[in-house]
Design a protein around this ligand. Structure first.
Ligand code: ADP
Ligand code: MG
Length: 292
């Protein structure tokens, strides 16, 4: 590409809310046919809300939420924020947790009111040797509604479930439809549970779902596709997404996301809406056509 045409494209991109890092990103993007999107904060608003607390027998809602929020106050995860805000809204007291520990992609652990408490996904509680028994059916019913379900454990038993919902961004459905129209295959990659991911993916017409992935898995998924000759763009917003954004042929960061994500990406969508990708693609095509 000539420096002039790239400068023009960069200027037009900026006007359309797409920051283009360099000519290579634009050139490569024209050849991409597969788009991997992170779920939380990319397809969804990334602002989950607490929607239900389901205590097990012998426990009550206030107690379960108190344990959960006391633990999550030490975490910066969006799910943690939802739980703490939910507790505050309901007037639940929050205690200081001791020995707080965050387990990436799984959850949090610590001591609340002198009791060993853990909060997280099925992986976390299974690794602790806990049996979720018939709670699975209850959890699945919520996941089928697109909710994220977390288990709360206390002193070696499950005390209850905490359910959180993260609404899909208003602009996501139309953006995905337009991206399909442009010929992209769209894959969702998420650390969330497969059932939750499928419920949301089905509503949005996502072509393929990779769920229960740890942060380092996202980059590996891209590497595998690339090894098969597929040119991949990856859209994400989180600190966790940075390695995948760097691995992709073109990384696309949400301007509303983490700084490391933006630094690792070739494009940044200023408003954090996926329809910026539609504009970027049209721009890439027009620019490359002018050059040839
Ligand atoms: P993603 O950002 O793609 O949803 P993460 O790797 O951040 O993926 O989290 C994966 C899963 O691990 C979450 O869906 C949740 O079940 C669990 N988890 C991670 N951190 C926490 C936390 N602080 N509190 C509760 N659950 C958590
Ligand atoms: Mg995210």
């Amino acid at each position: 590409a000539t420096p002039m045409s790239i400068m023009t494209a960069t200027g037009r991109g900026a006007q359309a809310g797409v920051l283009i890092k360099n000519a290579e990103a634009l050139e490569r993007f024209e050849k991409v046919d597969t788009l991997i999107v992170d779920k939380t904060g990319t397809l969804t608003e990334g602002k989950p809300r607490l929607v239900a607390v389901l205590p097990e027998a012998g426990h009550d809602e206030a107690e379960v939420l108190h344990l959960a929020a006391s633990l999550e106050r030490g975490s910066e995860h969006p799910l943690a924020e939802a739980i703490v805000r939910g507790a505050e809204k309901r007037g639940i007291a929050i205690a200081d947790a001791r020995d707080f520990e965050a387990i990436t992609g799984k959850g949090v652990k610590g001591v609340v009111d002198g009791k060993a408490v853990a909060l997280g996904n099925l992986k976390l509680v299974t690794e602790m040797g806990l049996d979720v028994g018939d709670l699975s059916a209850k959890a699945n019913a919520r996941r089928d509604e697109g909710e994220t379900v977390m288990f709360v454990a206390m002193d070696g038993c499950i005390a209850g479930l905490v359910c959180v919902a993260d609404p899909v961004k208003e602009t996501t459905p139309a953006a995905l439809a337009a991206l399909h129209e442009l010929g992209f295959r769209i894959i969702m990659a998420t650390g969330d549970n497969e059932r939750t991911a499928k419920a949301i993916g089905a509503r949005l017409g996502i072509d393929e779902i990779r769920a229960d992935v740890l942060p380092e898995d996202k980059a590996r998924i891209i590497e595998e596709l690339q090894a098969g000759g597929v040119r991949v763009a990856m859209a994400g917003d989180g600190v966790n997404d940075a390695p995948a954004l760097a691995q992709a042929d073109v990384g696309i960061a949400m301007g509303t996301g983490a700084d490391v994500a933006i630094e690792s990406a070739g494009f940044t969508l200023v408003k954090g809406d996926l329809d910026g990708i539609v504009r970027a693609r049209r721009l890439a095509r027009a620019t490359m056509r002018n050059i040839r």
